[in-house]
Design a protein around this ligand. Structure first.
Ligand SMILES: Cc1cc2nc3c(=O)[nH]c(=O)nc-3n(C[C@H](O)[C@H](O)[C@H](O)COP(=O)(O)OP(=O)(O)OC[C@H]3O[C@@H](n4cnc5c(N)ncnc54)[C@H](O)[C@@H]3O)c2cc1C
Length: 413
């Protein structure tokens, strides 16, 4: 029986592997790390003495590929979130707090309700969101939407930073338009915030690995593929410190590594090569984040705060300019914001700063032109990963969808 070799056990690789295994195909999974999940994982933190996610990840109920993936691996019930499409915000500068609420259906009558829409906006302001339908990859978010006053500052700008992990004055509006088309534009039913009830690995990784094991797949951890042996436009072998694999002519490969690894393995492959960091600060403390379990923050250092079982976690996106910040100074600054927003004590509790230097590719117009499709010049190798040309920004949904696409192509061959 021919085998499919999936390289990388992040969201893209796990999505491809589980999709193929569900079709009854024989899968071998190679992962360089000793664990799965890639940029979307949980780990035991020795500093805080508890389990942490590498970063807060928010999904939306319109993320159909992610939800189908969770369904496949038996983890659909592991996500949680408010029972209504709502997003609470606090403006740390003015002290204003509000809850953005959508109605479930596709007709956005929520914009007619003053207490549901963004404060100081008018219903007719939202009409301008139609500009996104015509957004070209070269349109910048700030140029396209920046004139919309409070609607931009209090909703569109934070949404763009969260979705694109790129500052709006350099970010392309096209991937933001793709996100909006699959969520807000489809109504509140597609815009329910969702996140793991326990942890990223408990939702997205461990059940997938259990599923693959149950299907008889071979999982190789600590197996870094450092080189491909190529003959006649076909990969004939995988090599690495713990990998020495001959690829049979009928075998296929799905390369689901980050883009910089893919470019190393396939000379000449053009991929995004500029990245943005995300910082997460986890404090050993508790807050009451109400029904939603999280808040959007404006006017502070961080953009989102999540109430977790053992910690309060905040996210700073598009954070290249803060990568080298002194951790203690940064934590002090963020804690002061949290104190303002949530009335927390003056004494800062133990904290942990998790830096993901290359969290996502920078969603600039120039970088978008570097996103490759799944097919490569190597006949038996298909690409998957959040950086491939999915139209979505680098997200769980994009990564999982790319894995599905790669699996479908391979299954057809
Ligand atoms: C802090 C943070 C917060 C985020 N927040 C959100 C969010 O709120 N919502 C959202 O949807 N998305 C979010 N994202 C983005 C999301 O996590 C990524 O888009 C997604 O996880 C990428 O998956 P991937 O499979 O494409 O890549 P990766 O996760 O990078 O997976 C690639 C895998 O390949 C392995 N690998 C690398 N080299 C080799 C090799 N040579 N041989 C074998 N294996 C190899 C790696 O170890 C890794 O496991 C966030 C990301 C970060 C870092």
């Amino acid at each position: 029986m021919s085998r499919i070799h999936v390289i990388g056990a992040g969201m893209a690789g796990l999505s491809a592997a589980t999709s193929l295994a569900a079709r009854g195909m024989s899968v071998v999974l190679y992962e360089a790390a000793k664990w799965g999940g890639g940029r979307c994982r949980s780990y035991e933190d020795t500093t805080l003495g508890c389990r942490l996610d590498n970063g807060n990840h928010l999904l939306l109920s319109g993320n159909r590929a992610a939800l189908a993936y969770l369904d496949r691996i038996g983890a659909a019930e592991t996500l949680t979130g408010p029972d209504k499409p709502l997003f609470p915000f606090i403006d740390l500068l003015s002290g204003a707090a509000w809850v953005l609420r959508l109605n479930y259906g596709i007709t956005p009558w929520w914009v007619l309700r003053k207490d549901w829409r963004v404060p100081e906006t008018r219903a007719r302001d939202y009409w301008a969101l139609r500009r996104l339908q015509r957004a070209k990859p070269t349109d910048l978010v700030a140029d396209l939407l920046g004139d919309l006053g409070p609607l931009y500052e209090r909703l569109l700008e934070p949404l763009a930073i969260a979705a694109l992990n790129t500052k709006p004055d350099v970010a392309s509006a096209a991937p933001l338009a793709a996100v909006v088309a699959e969520s807000i534009a489809r109504g509140g039913a597609a815009t329910m915030p969702r996140y793991p009830a326990i942890g990223l690995s408990e939702s997205f990784v461990d059940p997938a690995l259990a599923f693959l094991r149950a299907q008889g797949c071979e999982l190789r951890f600590g197996a870094r593929v450092a080189g491909l042996t190529v003959s006649d436009h076909r990969v004939t072998g995988l090599v690495g410190p713990n990998v020495d694999e001959i690829i049979d002519p009928a075998d296929r490969i799905i390369l689901a590594t980050p883009p910089w690894v893919a470019a190393d393995l396939i000379p000449g492959l053009v991929v995004p090569n500029q990245f943005e960091a995300i910082l997460n600060l986890h404090f050993r403390a508790g807050i009451d984040a109400g029904k939603a379990g999280f808040y959007g923050l404006l006017g502070g250092v961080a953009e989102w705060v999540f109430e977790k079982t053992e910690v309060v976690s905040v996210t700073i996106s598009a954070a290249n300019d803060r990568l080298d910040a002194d951790p203690d100074a940064l934590a002090t600054e963020v804690w002061s914001d949290l104190r303002r927003g949530f009335g927390l004590p003056r004494t800062m509790p133990p904290y942990r700063v998790v830096r993901e230097r290359r969290a996502t590719f920078a969603a600039t117009p120039e970088q978008l032109t570097r996103r490759p499709g799944p097919a490569t010049r190597l006949i038996n190798l298909t690409l998957a990963g959040d950086y491939t040309a999915t139209t979505l920004p680098a997200t769980i949904e994009g990564a999982i969808r790319s894995g599905e696409t790669a699996a479908a192509l391979v299954a057809e061959q």
